[in-house]
Design a protein around this ligand. Sequence first.
Ligand SMILES: Nc1ncnc2c1ncn2[C@@H]1O[C@H](COP(=O)(O)OP(=O)(O)OP(=O)(O)O)[C@@H](O)[C@H]1O
Length: 629
Amino acid sequence: MSVVENEKDDAPKAVAAEEKRPRKRRRLDTSEEAPAAADAIATTEGDREDVHNIAEPPPPGRKSPTPPVALPSFPRPTRPDAPSKTTLALQGLDKALVEAELVDPAKTLLFSSELDPEDGTGLSEKARKRLKDLGITELFAVQTAVVPFLLSPDQMKSLYLPYHPPRDLCVSAPTGSGKTLAYALPIVEILSSRIVTRLRALIVLPTRDLVTQVRETFEAVAKGRGLKIGTATGQHSFAHEQAQLVADRSVPLQGGSSKVDVLICTPGRLMDHLNGTPNFSLQHLRFLVIDEADRLLAQSFQDWLAQVLAATRPPPTTDSATSAPSGLIPVPSHSSAIPRADALAPAFLHTFRDVPHVRTDIDEKRASSCQKLLFSATLTRDPAKTSALNLHDPKYFIVQTLTERQGADGHENGDGDAPVLDLVMERFSMPATLSEHMLVCESSVKPLMLFHLVHAHGVTNALVFTKSAESTSRLVRLLEFFEAARAAAEGGHSQIVAHAYSSDLYPSERKTILDKFKSQEIHILVCSDLISRGIDISHVSHVVSYDAPVDMRKYVHRVGRTARAGRSGDAWTLVEVQEARYFKTMLKEAGHLERVKRLRVSEKDVAPLQKAYESALSKLKETYGRSAT
Ligand SMILES: Nc1ncnc2c1ncn2[C@@H]1O[C@H](COP(=O)(O)OP(=O)(O)OP(=O)(O)O)[C@@H](O)[C@H]1O
């Protein structure tokens, strides 16, 4: 009984189980109908509906008809197109860099000497007048972008922006395009509103010579604006510099005690003051300029960048630091310094000793007001280097000739090249007024080739770059012997005066030599890469790379010593036969090979100089007591 009952009970369950069990898969029909039905299957949406219709199960009671003839066929998966070079090059880049604003180097902005809010420069009447006195009547391309960016809107002119920190700025613009004025002008404009002196602008440069040069620009622009400008390069004793930079060193002052508004310095000396000068403080910095940024970011000297950035930021406010009552900002460890309320930067006010700040929910976060400005003709795109700067919402400007790849608006054309691509691929922009040549020759005839070029082109204002201080002095001696031999043989010739310029010289000697070169008492300055960056000598008509530069950055900076500020200039590179392939590949990779024309010099061309040259060579051998070639 129980068995029957059980059977009865189980029956519906069995049916249900049967229903749940998946139907047996129908065998694919391979009958003759199949191809016809398969033809009906297509890949369009409409056709797919047909496929579903075919696959409908037969109505109940009917014998199963021919099952679906085939599974729908879909297009074979194909490999996607390989990503373009552009896509690959832009991978992993900072969004800000990808969205860089392109500036046409030909763009200029004429400004009137009267205040004109319409021109969008943001320049005050005083600044316009000063520029006019300096003979500057228009802004160059890089300045048309950077000056308004830093001067407008109006709130950006504040000395402190603790609740609304300013955007940082990265600028890549060709050599001689006026980058110095692009940052000096807005800095002077903004700092001129100050009442008390604090160290508010720090300009870091890689060499002493550049510090001197940038100081001259600042002094020229800031004349009559009441700002104090200082330098720190190690040229003077440390104590002397300390006395120039800091007013009171006797007691520690929390807000520092600066005697200058603007400090222009090399990173090494900056570190010395940061670590060794009492009351030297960077808490009030409104501007941190890193000129020749790619070179300076490559220098890890004493981890200078990290230390400088740390000194501009307010110290953290952790409750665990002291036994301050709950809700009160603890007194930081350096609280032994004497506070002066007005001397502390707003973002540092919580460090004010003995005046605890009651923290509330409506307290706004205060940040450093320091705006970082990076400049170079060969700006790095290395994310590792730029990330160390901790840039705040950076804006990039790239001054670069519009190529055929790009539209007039600077945005990419059909082939997908973004404006930033040239920077990413290290295809640096060169001055349009520069003409470039290379001369491939045996290393033994390089001096003769140089002398030929100098005389054939009547060169009297040239920089000649060599690979070392030793080859600099040998070349200068040889040129002196050559000029003397030539004058003796031919008589009546005015001689070319050459001088070596190297780091072995004392700063005062270097200044004298540069001054003589500027006044054209010296016609040719033979040097190493010491002055290949940044140095601005307007009348340099020729740059000769006597020893070919080893990388593109060096090439760009060397040749950029001529053709500055819209003037024309020539750059020649002497390339030894065995170096030619490497040099050309370097240019090609930088997309620059077509710009550098080949120069050919025949034996006939140099024949008139041969005798004097041989005489000079034997004199040099006597002097050095060994082979001179
Ligand atoms: N608006 C202007 N009008 C006339 N001359 C200018 C203007 N701006 C800059 N100059 C001049 O152009 C020259 C080059 O400027 P600067 O040295 O700033 O170039 P740079 O872009 O910093 O070059 P580099 O990359 O080689 O350092 C300087 O002699 C400067 O006085």
